[in-house]
Structure formats: C-alpha cells, structure tokens
Design a protein around this ligand. Structure first.
Ligand code: ADP
Ligand code: DP6
Ligand code: CO
Length: 361
C-alpha cells in the first residue's frame, strides 16, 4: 500500500432488487454450502420498489470488519457472512485509484478491514426475500470494490452461500437457480431465462399484510421441513422437476394460464409442506387466505386466469396480473375488500407500476 497515512477510504455503493420465486426453493441438501434439493425459478422485481442499498468501504484505519443493517450494528461472525467475505477476498485483484493516491495490491486485501452499511427499503425478515436482495447486493458491492473479475454466474454461486435465494437476484427478468449435481457447489448457480423486457405486460402488486418479523426464519423452517416432511421429499423428487420444465415453457411462450396455474399451485404446495412439517409452520394468516379466495373466485369466473398469487415464507401476497388493465381492476378489488382501515391488516400496497393507481381510480 503506497499510502500509509491511514487517511483514505475507498467506497462502493450498489443497489439490488429482491426476487420472488414462482417455483419455490425449500430445503437444502448441504447446510453450509447452501445446496438446494430442487431447482427453482423466480422473477426479479423492479429495483425502484423493493431493493437493498449497500455501501462497502475499505480503509487502513478500520480495525475490524463491521456491518450495520438498517442502521443497527449486526454481528458478522455468522458463517454466511464469513463465507461470502472469504470467497470474495480470495478472488480480489489490485485496485489503483490515482485520484486518491490509493494503491491496493491483491495480497493487501487479506489484511484490510471492511465497513458495510446496508439498508432495505422494505420489511426485513417478513417474507419479502430481504435475505435475497441483501446477500446479492453485498456480494456484488464487495466484488466491485475488490475488483473481482468473475462473471455474474460465479458471483451468484458466492451469493448463494449467504442465502440461497440471493443467487437469483444477480439477474433481472425470470431466473432459474440450477440445483447442481456435485457436492462442492460450483455448479449450483443462477442463470437468466429471459430478461425483464421479455414479458413486460405483467404487473406485480405486493399486498403487505404484515411487516412484522416472522417467527420462523426461512433457514430454520426449511431445515425442520427437510427433517420431518414426507410431502417435501415427494415434492422435490417427483413434482418440481416437471413443474420447472412446464414453467420454463410458459415463460418462453407468454402463456399466462399455464404460468398462473403453476405459480399458484407451487405456492400452495410450499405452504402445504409447511403444514406437513412437525411442528407445523404457519406463514400465511387469515388475510392471506382471504386474498387467495378472492383471486381464485375471480379466476374461475373468467375463461382463463387473470391473476397469479404466490406467498413466500410470510403472510404477504405477491400478485401478478396478466396486464395493466387487470392490474388496475385488481387494485380496485383489493381496496374494496381490504379497505385501508385500522381494522384490516392489509395496510399497504407496493405497486410494480405506480401509474396503474390512476387507472384504478
Ligand atoms: P426474508 O423472507 O426477508 O428473506 P429470511 O429469514 O430469509 O427472511 O432472512 C432474513 C435475514 O437476512 C436477516 O435476519 C438478515 O440476517 C439477512 N438480511 C436481510 N437483509 C439483509 C441485508 N440488506 N444485508 C445482509 N443481510 C441481510
Ligand atoms: C420461501 O433463501 O431465505 O422464499 O437459503 O436459508 O437463506 P436460506 O433461505 P432463503 O429461502 C427462501 C425460501 C422462499 C422460496 C424461494 O425464495 O425460492
Ligand atoms: Co430469505
């Protein structure tokens, strides 16, 4: 390091959107490397609405690695953070910033410490995939700071070691996490199926039923399901492989009927697995169930489905409308059945396309 004055700080800020699975990941075959028991497919949301912003900084004056999440210091001692930091550090390259007089050589990265500040613009640990946006953003920002020369696929395999779903947030559009065959994790990574322009008619509306932190984290919930649910074994082996093929076809062909049927069925099966877990896990609540009934009734009153719903490990509904017109009708119906009063849980909507507010009246 040319500069021994300890006065410089080098920083990188990145922003990463969250992703919501339409064919769910639930269950690991390796807890440390985070290797899943089935492939999964997700849609990456628009970064404007649900995203993580992370700033990573390095300075010779920092005495240890530290991290703040939503303004509160958190411990980096957990294996997941350490695994991501180690994987990125081992791939770091020289960094030269002439303007600041900073010259960092590859070997210096082992000694230099990091300060990390991350902020989610949506509820953390409430079933809206904060771990996905969070770890994807962390890995992406660190890779930029340390001049890591790996492609997005390799970076996705590192983000996977922070949180499985994070590997899918490094790409936009529809993304598949290939479970991989090996046991070292090198082939368990994300690939983009189609980019965000491919099916831009779709509008996503998120109904925030509760922004409270969930009682059972995804990590411990899926561990308990792997240990106790027979339905999960059947799902991973017999059901998901077929659904993955059908979902890829539906996405490629803009086949909304098939897309909606698969998305709803997979969400419902995932929550059935949670019920089949001992002791059972309840991520959805009464409001979630009422939203499902409302959408099901609507879909059955039409010739083909208009709206797909999916719920992650929490009560919040992710509603995917086939087009803008349907999205504005959906919003009208939601506001009618779940008026934003203190009595209803449903007090907030995150709109994938804010302009539908005008259409919804
Ligand atoms: P979610 O449904 O929100 O993904 P999880 O139980 O999977 O909930 O994960 C929540 C955990 O993810 C948090 O307790 C925290 O450890 C981690 N996390 C959330 N946001 C971030 C972030 N921005 N940066 C790093 N880690 C994060
Ligand atoms: C229901 O990726 O949060 O959202 O790998 O233990 O961090 P860890 O779990 P996480 O699990 C996500 C589960 C899900 C479905 C999905 O995103 O595919
Ligand atoms: Co998560």
């Amino acid at each position: 390091m040319a500069d021994e004055s300890k006065k410089w700080v080098l920083m990188v800020t990145a922003q990463t959107p969250t992703n919501i699975a339409v064919i769910k990941y639930w269950g690991k075959r390796d807890e440390t490397l985070i290797l899943p028991i089935n492939d999964s497919i997700s849609v990456t949301l628009d970064p404007e609405h649900l995203c993580t912003t992370t700033t990573v900084a390095v300075s010779p004056s920092f005495e240890s690695d530290r991290m703040w999440l939503n303004g509160k210091e958190i411990s980096l001692s957990g294996g997941r953070y350490q695994n991501c930091l180690r994987e990125i550090r081992s791939r770091a390259s020289d960094v030269h910033d002439e303007g600041k007089g900073v010259h960092i050589e590859k070997k210096d990265w082992e000694k230099l410490h990091l300060h990390i500040a991350s902020y989610n613009n949506f509820p953390t640990a409430a079933g809206l995939a904060s771990s996905a946006a969070g770890f994807a953003c962390l890995v992406f920002a660190l890779a930029k700071l340390m001049n890591v020369k790996e492609d997005q696929g390799k970076l996705s395999a590192i983000a996977r070691q922070g949180s499985g779903s994070a590997c899918r947030s490094l790409f936009g559009g529809f993304v598949k996490w290939i479970m991989g065959k090996g046991d070292n994790g090198s082939d368990s990574l994300a690939v983009q199926l189609v980019d965000e322009k491919h099916w831009d008619e779709l509008v996503i509306i998120i109904a925030v039923v509760s922004s409270r932190q969930k009682e059972t984290s995804s990590t411990s919930g899926m561990r308990e399901s792997v240990e106790t649910s027979l339905l999960l074994k059947h799902r991973a082996k017999e059901i998901v492989p077929k659904r993955i093929i059908q979902m890829e076809e539906a996405i490629k062909n803009h086949d909304f009927s098939s897309f909606a049927n698969l998305t709803c069925a997979d969400s419902n099966q995932f929550h059935a697995v949670c019920l089949d877990t001992s002791p059972p896990i309840f991520y959805m609540n009464n409001t979630s169930h009422r939203i499902i009934s409302c959408v099901e009734k609507w879909n059955h009153s039409e010739e083909t489905p208009q709206v797909a719903y999916t719920f992650d490990a929490g009560p919040n509904a992710v509603l995917i409308a086939r087009n803008r017109k349907v999205a504005s009708l959906l919003l009208q119906r939601m506001l009618f059945y779940f008026p934003p009063t203190p009595e209803t849980d449903l007090n907030n909507f995150i709109l994938g396309d804010k302009s539908i507010l005008q259409d919804a009246g």
